[in-house]
Design a protein around this ligand. Structure first.
Ligand code: SF4
Length: 202
């Protein structure tokens, strides 16, 4: 895995002050991708040369956590490198949380070994017609993308997962059936439907 960029002290890729790692390479090629310069897998620096820098930067007390993005962190060419980084962070800096952006859907990545070390995953491809960069859709580029509480979701069976609805900067987990996510449903519609269903079914 090669790293294209390391952004220090960013507040754009999850809650709090974060260290963001941008890997090289993505073959999903979403129409309207804001980061097409990251599609090539051969750019940047081998991650092994940057491990010490990542750890020594992240251990600074003002960092809440680290975010993996790109490019596509969970592409088979990249995932092993991020797995090594994630293991190292959980071993050396266990209070720091790990967020991971991916263009894959939750069902396609939930069983990857790396998920045992990820706290929150922002999943789903960028879909141009669903584009929403307002604060209502915080931390995502399009409305189809979901913020998943990975740790809690993995505690349930495959029919259930927890989607966080970012609200004023807070991450609020919801227990849902994946059937509740028909294409195009907004978070507001989803929450309304979820609460209505919960009320009716107890
Ligand atoms: S998954 Fe992300 S980096 Fe890859 S094409 Fe889609 S928006 Fe771009």
């Amino acid at each position: 895995m090669r790293i294209l960029d390391i952004k220090k002290c960013t507040i754009a890729d999850g809650p709090g002050i974060r260290l963001s790692i941008y890997c090289s390479g993505c073959d999903l090629h979403c129409k309207g991708c804001h980061n097409q310069e990251a599609w090539d897998f051969n750019q940047g620096t081998d991650y092994k040369e940057l491990l010490d820098e990542i750890i020594s930067e992240l251990e600074k007390s003002y960092y809440k956590g680290i975010t993996f993005c790109g490019g596509e962190p969970l592409n088979p060419k990249n995932v092993d490198g991020f797995l090594e980084i994630a293991k190292l962070i959980k071993e050396k800096l266990p209070t720091k949380d790990i967020w991971c952006y991916t263009g894959y859907e939750w069902e396609d990545v939930k069983d990857l070994e790396i998920m045992k070390y990820i706290d929150v995953a922002v999943v789903g491809p960028f879909i141009l017609k669903e584009r929403d960069i307002t604060s209502k859709n915080k931390w995502r580029g399009s409305k189809n993308q979901r913020v998943i509480d990975v740790r809690m979701s993995l505690a349930f069976n495959t029919k259930l997962y927890l989607a966080g609805i970012p609200n004023n900067g807070d991450f609020v987990p919801f227990l849902v059936y994946s059937d509740y996510f028909p294409n195009g449903m907004t978070d507001e519609e989803f929450i309304e439907k979820f609460l209505e269903n919960k009320k009716n079914n107890g």
